[in-house]
Ligand binder design. Structure first.
Ligand code: F6R
Length: 243
């Protein structure tokens, strides 16, 4: 595992974006696994900037997002499909047909999970998967559990995730209770993984995930078993590791 120390959030964004830049430059039709949340926002800004300067071309890039709330309409400004278009896709030259996100409005959740597994398989797997980490160690919406879940599945969000994500909603009661997420197997099958973390509130869980026991109670701990993980984190997020 390669751990890249970044001074602060801006530096983390630039370093992580440069890894994605290199991936797409070397393989223009890369399959990028993408994440939502606060942490990747600055990375997406950097990618948009690189595109505007003419340094990055997304015309052949394919993307698969990690997860989506279940039961939210696609047009909802809280949906992850909305988030991705508003924060990245609408500013770059990606082809809409190359964008893949679980459909949280499909009333048949099992069918949607099967469809999404199929999408990833047909793309030939993920070249580079971008991940954030939840306060409880979740990756995607793979919540702490007594077992690692394999492929795409529907999950019930934990109280701590609902609490953490209520900032994007009016109040806690508005946060959907379920989500569709890629499973641990889907994530671990990615050829490369880029985990990003920022801020002191991630310090404890990042240290536990990277150096503690590998357990489904801390889903991100499984990344210790992946052969090609790069962690880009700022000083605050790495403060427990360096302590
Ligand atoms: C988002 C996702 C989540 C987030 C995690 C961290 O698509 O899959 O696992 O990466 O909850 O979120 P932030 O970056 O908001 O702290």
């Amino acid at each position: 595992m390669n751990i890249v120390n970044a001074k602060d959030f801006d530096s983390m964004n630039r370093k992580a974006a440069s890894i994605i830049f290199t991936q797409v430059t070397l393989k223009p039709d890369s399959v990028l696994g993408l994440a939502t949340g606060s942490t990747p926002l600055g990375i997406y800004q950097n990618l948009i900037e690189l595109y505007r300067k003419g340094d990055l071309d997304f015309s052949s890039v394919r993307t698969v997002n990690l997860d989506e709330y279940y039961g939210l309409d696609k047009s909802s400004d809280q949906s992850y499909v909305y988030f991705m278009w508003e924060n990245l896709f609408k500013f770059i030259n990606i082809k809409p047909e190359n964008v893949h996100i679980p459909n949280g409005a499909n009333t048949d959740a099992d069918a949607e999970c099967r469809r999404y597994n199929q999408v990833i398989a047909e793309l030939g797997g993920i070249d580079l998967q971008l991940l954030g980490i939840g306060h409880n160690g979740h990756i995607g919406f793979n919540e702490p559990s007594d077992h690692f879940e394999g492929g795409t599945h529907c999950v019930t969000l934990t109280a701590s995730t609902i609490e953490a994500n209520k900032r994007f909603f009016g109040d806690e009661s508005q946060v959907p209770r379920k989500a569709i997420t890629m499973g641990i197997k889907s994530i671990m099958s990615a050829r490369r993984i880029l985990l990003v973390a920022s801020g002191v509130e991630k310090a404890e869980i990042l240290c536990e995930a990277l150096t503690g026991p590998i357990t489904p109670k801390v889903p991100a701990s499984i990344l210790q078993l992946h052969g090609s993980v790069t962690v880009v984190a700022d000083e605050e997020a790495l403060s427990r590791m360096n302590a």
